[in-house]
Write a protein that binds this ligand. Structure first.
Ligand code: FMN
Length: 218
C-alpha cells in the first residue's frame, strides 16, 4: 500500500481530526497490525534509526540502544519468539523488529562513577516517538509492543543488567486490513484521543481553563 492508499484506508476507517492545526504526520502515524511481508531497504531502516538518534535526552545522555533484525536476517524467527504470542501473530509480517533498551545509569560528577538515571525511560520514549514519526514520513508504520518476553530478551540478546528492556517495535508497510484474521481485522482502526480540556490544566492539576470549561474543545 502506498502513502496515498494508506491515507485513504485511514480516513475510511475512522476520521482522526485534530482540534487545532498540527502537522499531518501526527495524525497519519498510527499502529496497524496488517503489514506487507516485504524486505525493507537498509537505507530506509537507518534513516528511521537516525531520527531516533536525534531525540532529546536529559543532559544529552542518550540512554537508548536499539537491537534489531530485518526479516531477511537469520535471527528473524528468534526475534519473533521474543514477542508474546499475540504480538508475534501479526508482527511476523513486519519488515523490521527492534528492541529498545535504555541505560538506567548516568555518569556522575566523580570520574568513572555513575548515578541512577531518573529519565532513561522517558528519554527512550522520545527516541521511540522520533522513530515512529520518521517511519510514517517514509511511508512505513511503526507499532510499539510492551507484550514481550523481557527476561528472554535480556538473556538471548545479551542485554547488560544496567539496561532496562523497554519495548519492541515492528516496522513495515501497512497492508490491507483484509489480510488479517477476522478478530484482528475488527480492531484495525486508528484510535482517537482525549480532548485537550481533559489533559491540560492551568494553575493546578485538574483545573479547567476558562476557555474550555463546559466546552467541547478538542
Ligand atoms: C509503549 C507501548 C506499548 C504498546 N504495546 C502494544 C502491544 O504489546 N501490542 C499491541 O498490539 N499494541 C501495543 N501498543 C500500541 C498501542 O495500543 C497504540 O499505540 C495505542 O492504542 C494508540 O493507537 P495508535 O498508535 O494507533 O495511535 C503499544 C504502544 C505503546 C506506545
Amino acid at each position: 500500500m502506498n502513502n496515498h492508499q494508506s491515507e485513504k484506508v485511514l480516513k475510511s476507517l475512522s476520521p482522526r481530526q485534530a482540534g487545532h492545526p498540527i502537522a499531518d504526520v501526527f495524525l497519519q502515524r498510527w499502529s496497524p497490525r496488517a503489514f506487507v511481508p516485504l524486505a525493507m531497504p537498509l537505507t530506509d531502516f537507518l534513516t528511521i534509526l537516525e531520527a531516533a538518534r536525534w531525540a532529546p535526552s536529559a543532559f544529552n545522555i542518550q540512554p537508548w540502544r536499539f537491537i534489531y533484525a530485518l526479516r531477511s536476517n537469520r535471527d528473524w524467527d528468534q526475534y519473533l519468539n521474543l514477542l508474546d504470542p499475540f504480538n508475534a501473530s501479526w508482527a511476523k509480517n513486519a519488515s523490521a523488529l527492534v528492541f529498545l533498551v535504555s541505560n538506567r545509569l548516568c555518569p556522575a560528577q566523580e570520574k568513572n562513577s555513575t548515578n541512577p538515571s531518573n529519565t532513561h525511560s522517558f528519554d527512550a520514549g522520545a527516541a521511540w516517538a522520533n522513530l515512529s514519526l520518521q517511519s510514517t514520513l517514509l511511508g512505513y508504520q511503526a507499532h510499539a509492543m510492551a507484550g514481550i518476553r523481557f527476561d528472554e530478551i535480556r538473556r538471548q540478546l545479551a542485554v547488560p543488567d544496567d539496561y532496562r528492556v523497554e519495548i519492541a517495535v515492528a516496522i513495515g508497510r501497512q497492508a490491507d486490513p483484509a489480510t488479517l484474521p477476522s478478530t484482528l481485522r475488527e480492531r484495525e482502526q486508528p484510535s482517537s484521543r482525549l480532548p485537550l480540556n481533559q489533559i491540560v490544566f492551568p494553575e493546578r492539576f485538574a483545573c479547567q481553563p476558562a476557555a474550555t470549561r463546559g466546552g467541547t474543545d478538542q
